[in-house]
Design a protein around this ligand. Structure first.
Ligand code: BDP
Length: 733
């Protein structure tokens, strides 16, 4: 694209006045090009005079009380933000007098005449932002119980400013509802990222601990700005080397960078580390020598990193070692590690994503079968980390039936922010909508109105430990997430981990405003597309409850024909079960796998009957004839074709909307997003064509008239191979 108006904001004289005016308008909107590195912390200059005057007034005399690395981080963010947004150099004082226009201080440090009575209670990480009238002048107060709370409050204030919100009479009181708000990086020590689509790992292990990349600081800023307070820096498919002193030194350097921002570091623990690091010949969790090995290891780590968070463990799953290798169980394994970190205040997050050795059982039931019997047996500093659905981060799954089924165990949510099964970093998909759909699902246990969100926030079980993890989509790409809209998923994850009831519209709106522009024309045009984008891949990949039909290994593109893998539950045919009689996985009680009974009886009853199963989950629970009639009176076959087509058409529509927003977005990001949308459109058609041609071999029915007929035949789609698709685990090549 070679449009001069994007290169300069100087007037360009042309004979046609109308055109000139148009160009001038464009040029003022396109002051400079951006590469996405600044995320939602761009702090662009505020041009609205009224808003700017108000903010400048509040920024005229600032007092930030306290003195700690966190307060220093806060001050530096405030300086940067105000300087860029208002083009001023703010004066920040720590001296206590009464005449400040903006006061940032913990509750115990507030001046006598600052009155916060009547504001809702906040917890230790929460904050209050409010204005007060002192002698006829408005004063802005940011207060909290702790310095971290103040940092969160300041970030929030800066976000309100970026959104150009009127701060007059503002009253915000906000506290996180979940304690552990963590990113999980599936990053390997060689800097490859399992299921990473945004370049290499941001952790430069070779240069650590001495070399501190500016990215580490910006990573911490971005996370703190959305309330994320922990990070697991290594892959769940773990490498024992990370536990050696050489690497712990490097992890310490990261922990030192993150600490002022309230972010704790966690590591993945390879269960066989005592053997692999050459010290013992067993990793049996009941062996006292093994227990002692972990105690010593924990001491070593805590000596270096006193606030180390603890361990995340993937055990006895996909080839990872675990207690079952020694005839022990998950409780034995988790509790042994928990005992090692307990004296230091650490925790263990034990993953429930397991593969049973019994391949005959329904994969959807495996975790429930293995874990539910252990309810109440885990040590008090253990959380069981459960994926949002019972299979594996599919475009749509019902919520995981373990939520609600283990009332005596703290269950932690695991979402996937990286888009392994959702088009990598090429497809625009607003995941917060998927996350909230799960969080708001009713479990019916322990109570009728209990939702998944209530269980993970601990309100049902009164548990002390609560947590939510997101598998990060972050890499060394200049824009962090490969696709600029991938940033919205990182942002939205943070907001929902803070409050699972945060409004989706608000998340989308805040992010659009801060990432692009608060111009209502722009925001109002793209907001509906963003919200709708969650449903698009469901329609063009796996509609009506279909799941796990991605091509094998790398999971890039359609592979409904995949049938020959070392485990049947890694194949697509295992999941869709298409044959001449119909399609879908029968999980009902009488004729199927019985997996419906992993849910509360109320739900099992609904899911047992196709007539009462929500249509979007129909083929998850039922194997139905191609001619089965859906609510619209059309056959299942026709509906499949219509859904696939709908997904394609909606992407096409989103692409057109984006094109219409060209005047509002700088050239670089506009073009990047446009190119990605074009790829998504092409790939949506690929999915539709490949799947419908494949299923037609079984249905033997003509495509519904609504569907565009594929322009290639099935053998073409089957022939496509992608040996170098990104994100694949090296050992799975
Ligand atoms: C699967 C991924 C695999 C992960 C695994 C896990 O394909 O790379 O290691 O999940 O969560 O979705 O452990």
């Amino acid at each position: 694209m070679n449009n001069p108006v994007h290169k300069s904001n100087k007037a360009i004289f042309r004979p046609f006045q109308g055109l000139l005016l148009f160009l001038l308008l464009l040029s003022s909107l396109h002051a400079y090009s951006e590469n996405g590195y600044d995320l939602w912390l761009r702090y662009s200059l505020i041009e609205n005079e009224a808003i700017r005057t108000q903010y400048t007034q509040f920024s005229s005399k600032i007092r930030v009380a306290g003195n700690s690395p966190t307060i220093n981080a806060l001050k530096s963010e405030l300086m940067t933000g105000l300087n860029k947004m208002l083009d001023i150099t703010p004066q920040i004082s720590s001296v206590s007098t009464e005449s400040y226009a903006l006061i940032i201080a913990t509750i115990s440090n507030l001046p006598d005449n600052a009155d916060i009575t009547g504001m809702p209670e906040i917890n230790d990480e929460g904050y209050i932002i409010m204005t007060q009238n002192v002698n006829g002048n408005e004063r802005l107060i940011v207060t909290a119980r702790t310095d971290i709370g103040l940092l969160y409050g300041t970030f929030n204030l800066l976000q309100l400013m970026q959104q150009q919100r009127d701060l007059q009479n503002i009253e915000v009181a906000s506290s996180p509802r979940i304690n552990l708000r963590l990113l999980n990086h599936w990053d390997n020590l060689d800097r490859t990222v399992e299921r990473g689509y945004a370049g290499a790992s941001i952790w430069n292990w070779q240069k650590l601990p001495e070399y501190i990349d500016q990215r580490y600081i910006d990573y911490a800023r971005a996370n703190a700005s959305i309330g994320i307070n922990g990070t697991v820096v290594t892959n769940v498919n773990a490498n024992a080397l990370i536990l050696t002193p050489q690497y712990v030194d490097k992890v310490k350097a990261l922990a030192d960078v993150f600490r002022p921002y309230g972010i704790k570091v966690y590591l993945t623990a390879r269960f066989s580390a005592p053997v692999e690091l050459g010290d013992l010949d067993t990793a049996d969790p009941l062996d006292p020598a093994v227990q002692e090995w972990w105690n010593v290891k924990a001491n070593e780590i805590y000596n270096q990193i006193p606030d180390f968070g603890g361990f995340l463990v993937k055990a006895n799953s996909e080839g990872q070692p675990g207690p079952q290798n020694y005839g022990r169980n998950h409780v034995d394994g988790a509790n042994m590690l928990a005992a090692a970190v307990k004296p230091h205040g650490g925790i263990v997050m034990w993953r429930a994503f397991v593969y049973s050795p019994d391949e005959g059982a329904d994969r959807a039931s495996q975790a429930s079968k293995e874990f539910v019997p252990y309810d109440g047996q885990f040590a008090e500093n253990v959380l069981v980390q459960v994926k949002n659905g019972p299979i594996d981060f599919q475009p749509r799954e019902p919520f995981h039936p373990m939520f609600g089924a283990m009332p005596k165990t703290p269950l932690m949510m695991e979402f996937q922010i990286t888009q392994e099964y959702l088009g990598f970093s090429t497809h625009l998909v607003f995941l917060p909508k998927l996350f909230q759909e799960v969080l708001h699902s009713r479990t019916y246990q322990p109570n009728r109105n209990t939702r998944v969100a209530d269980i993970i926030a601990g309100t049902e079980g009164n548990q002390a430990l609560t947590g939510m993890a997101g598998v990060a989509n972050i890499g060394s790409d200049i824009n962090w997430t490969g696709h600029i809209f991938g940033q919205a998923n990182w942002f939205g994850f943070g907001k929902l981990a803070w409050d699972p009831d945060y409004s989706l519209e608000q998340i989308a709106e805040e992010w659009l405003k801060m990432t692009f522009t608060p111009d209502p024309e722009f925001v109002n045009s793209f907001l509906p597309e963003l919200l709708e984008s969650r449903e698009m891949p469901v329609s063009y990949m796996t509609p009506l409850g279909l799941h796990h039909m991605m091509d094998a290994g790398h999971h890039y593109g359609p592979g409904p024909w995949i049938s020959n893998m070392s485990r049947p539950d890694w194949t697509s045919v295992y999941y869709h079960k298409a044959d001449k009689s119909g399609i879908g996985f029968d999980r009902t009680t009488t004729t199927g796998s019985g997996a419906v009974n992993d849910y509360a009886p109320e739900l099992a009853k609904l899911f047992n009957d196709p007539a009462t199963t929500p249509e979007e989950l129909l083929l998850w629970f039922h194997h139905l004839p191609w001619t089965y009639k859906l609510k619209n009176g059309r056959t299942l076959w026709d509906n499949l074709g219509m859904k696939y087509q709908e997904g394609v058409d909606e992407v096409g529509q989103m692409l057109e909307t984006w094109k219409s927003l060209r005047p509002y977005v700088d050239e670089e990001r506009y073009e990047e997003i446009l190119m990605h949308l074009n790829i998504q459109f092409k790939e949506a058609k690929w999915w539709k064509n490949a799947c419908m041609l494949y299923f037609q071999e079984f249905s033997e029915m003509p495509f519904p008239p609504e569907m565009t007929v594929p322009d290639k035949d099935l053998s073409y789609y089957k022939s496509l191979k992608f040996p170098y698709a990104p994100g694949i685990r090296p050992s799975w090549d």
